[in-house]
Design a protein around this ligand. Structure first.
Ligand SMILES: Cc1cc2nc3c(=O)[nH]c(=O)nc-3n(C[C@H](O)[C@H](O)[C@H](O)COP(=O)(O)OP(=O)(O)OC[C@H]3O[C@@H](n4cnc5c(N)ncnc54)[C@H](O)[C@@H]3O)c2cc1C
Length: 380
């Protein structure tokens, strides 16, 4: 059976998220982008109405929503501003490895406080020398008695400067290749943890992206997620669940840019008629609608599979590749339709174009999504 209808609860969630995006996020988007400022007041409001920690299980105080619910919400929030949406959603990324592989004690210790007050947590994989090549990380974790001692530098950590704890991937046994990678929870106040430089980014500037440095950072052995060597598998399972959320962000930005382009094309006149009358403009709008619909269905399908515990790695990559590339195409065409005004900061589409770009880069570049898809096509 194929059924694309939403439940009453999902429609209510979508409407709540849309109202929040319309009333709180969109009006403030320009300010936080221009000021390169973390939107703490918006996070406080979103937390208050349950729009953070959406996939944290309800037994720890989270909303306990499904991945399909998450992508429905994310599309609406990203319609308002993707930079602010990333701040609201980052906890879902950091919580997922704990949900996948944390002991009940560890889950309670770290997921519980995340849902009690506005707090952030980050996911630390990327390093100065390794991004796409996850197995190329250099951070190490050496067992010393009942502790692991971590050393390494993580780069481009979303919410790195505001997070209270980190999921850190490190080698416990480099000789085993990716099978020697492990994952740890590391509280920010552990001696040896320092926050390095904050990135000055092209887009999604409301989001705080920073370097996090670990020097002789000792954590209890119990902060290991799963067993030694499980880290790479935990990271891949996390991406399988989280990539549809990024894809939904692309759908949201694309929708917003298309709406701006339609409104402008109807009122802007050239050669004696609204530019919406020109077929060249109409075809760009039509392609936007096709991309948005296709990306949304792929995104919902990947999330739906994930909710049923079915393998969805390839589908998550398909959704992310199409949604990210579509968001880039749509926002670029929206700038084109607005002409010189599109290029000006007076209108919001230039910011959408800047925000869309990084969707093709983080949580696996568009090339890496294609590597994943091709691998599944070519395997015996
Ligand atoms: C705003 C922002 C937020 C981020 N947040 C986080 C975070 O919270 N946590 C985290 O761990 N990381 C985060 N990242 C890092 C992000 O995941 C990496 O930047 C990304 O994975 C790419 O890695 P890289 O930048 O090292 O590029 P590289 O891996 O060096 O890639 C450079 C280019 O080579 C291409 N390439 C590489 N390998 C292949 C291949 N096999 N086939 C074809 N092409 C290839 C890439 O597609 C890309 O075009 C963030 C990045 C940004 C910009």
């Amino acid at each position: 059976m194929v059924d694309f209808s939403l439940t009453g609860e999902q429609e209510a969630l979508r409407d709540t998220a849309h109202r929040f995006a319309r009333d709180e996020i969109a009006p403030a988007a320009r300010k936080y982008d221009a000021g390169d400022e973390f939107p703490m007041d918006i996070c406080v409001k979103a937390f208050g109405i349950g729009l953070m920690n959406t996939v944290v299980p309800d037994e720890f105080g989270g909303a306990g929503l499904s991945r399909l619910d998450e992508v429905i919400i994310t599309e609406e929030l990203a319609w308002g501003c993707m930079g602010i949406t990333v701040c609201l959603m980052v906890n879902n990324l950091a919580a997922t490895p704990l949900v996948i592989a944390g002991t009940p004690e560890l889950q309670k210790e770290y997921l519980g406080p995340l849902c009690e007050e506005v707090m952030f947590a980050s996911y630390c994989m990327t390093e100065p020398g390794a991004g796409s090549d996850v197995a190329g990380i250099a951070t190490t974790a050496k067992k010393k008695g009942d502790r692991y001692v971590l050393n390494g530098t993580k780069r481009f950590v979303t919410a790195g400067g505001v997070a209270k704890w980190f999921i850190v991937f490190a080698y416990t046994d480099k000789a085993k290749g990716h099978k020697g990678m492990s994952a740890f929870v590391v509280p920010k106040d552990t001696p040896g943890v320092t926050i390095g430089k904050k990135e000055d980014m092209m887009g999604q500037r409301a989001s705080n992206t920073a370097e996090v440095i670990f020097e002789e950072v000792a954590v209890p052995a119990g902060n290991l997620l799963g067993r030694e060597g499980d880290g790479f598998a935990i990271a891949m399972k996390t991406f399988e669940r989280s990539r549809p959320g990024i894809a939904a962000g692309g759908v949201g930005i694309g929708r917003s840019a298309m709406e701006q382009a339609i409104a402008y094309a109807k009122q802007r006149r050239a050669f004696g008629q609204p530019i919406a009358q020109f077929q060249a403009i109409q075809f760009m709008l039509a392609d936007m609608a096709v991309d948005i619909q296709a990306a949304r269905w792929l995104t919902w399908h990947a999330a739906w599979l994930s909710d049923r515990g079915k393998p969805s790695n390839t589908e998550a990559s398909m959704a992310k590749a199409l949604a990210a590339d579509s968001a880039m195409r749509i926002t670029t065409d929206a700038v084109q339709i607005l002409g010189g005004y599109g290029f000006s900061r007076e209108y919001p589409v230039e910011k959408m174009m800047r925000d869309a770009k990084v969707l093709q880069i983080y949580e696996g570049t568009s090339q890496i999504q294609r590597v994943v898809i091709a691998r599944s096509l070519l395997k015996d």
